[in-house]
Design a protein around this ligand. Structure first.
Ligand code: PNS
Length: 163
């Protein structure tokens, strides 16, 4: 039986930490669906279109990875994808409480749901989308911290703002 994991997130923007997790996740499951959350109640720096584009450009054509977006409950989206596996990354203890809450809530909403946590690669331990956004708005470089195609897109976006 094919094992499919949904990797949900805001990806605002996609970082090398996310990409590392997708790559390593493929060593554990057969296919990954990277699910970009729409979440209208959350203020994002990048539009859904931009966030999807950044993930899609980075993944390219990989038959084992699908890029999609979802609205509403993750457990409902999992059913739509015909799977019960969620993939999430864990960095420091900082992430633990939030991730634990989400995993338990998802399991309460649907007993079949299992969340697989993978430790973030040590190189990306201190990186988060939030810290990348902070650096970007203050005019700093995020080269080497996000995939190259994403860095190019971000450079363009922020260069335009500064003109
Ligand atoms: O990258 P993020 O912002 O930490 O991702 C959070 C996300 C999108 C995985 C989470 O907010 C989510 O699953 N949202 C969908 C709504 C939902 O199912 N909520 C109940 C479980 S917490």
């Amino acid at each position: 039986m094919e094992r499919i994991a949904v990797y949900p997130g805001s990806f605002d923007p996609l970082t090398n930490g996310h990409l590392d997790l997708i790559r390593r996740g493929l060593n554990v499951v057969d296919r990954i669906i990277v699910a970009v959350a729409i979440n209208p109640s959350k203020k994002h720096m990048f539009t859904l279109k931009d966030r999807l584009e950044m993930v899609q450009m980075t993944i390219g054509d990989n038959p084992r990875v699908k890029v999609d977006s979802f609205n509403g409950l993750l457990v409902d989206y999992l059913k739509k994808c015909d799977t019960h596996i969620v993939l999430r990354g864990l960095r420091a203890v900082l992430d633990f409480e939030y991730e634990y809450q989400m995993a338990l809530m998802n399991r309460r909403l649907d007993r079949a749901v299992e969340t697989i946590f993978m430790m973030t690669g040590y190189k990306w331990f201190y990186i988060s989308s939030r810290i990348i956004r902070d650096v970007l708005v203050s005019g700093g470089s995020v080269e080497g911290l996000v995939p190259d195609v994403v860095a190019k897109k971000l450079e363009k976006k922020f260069a335009k703002k500064q003109m």
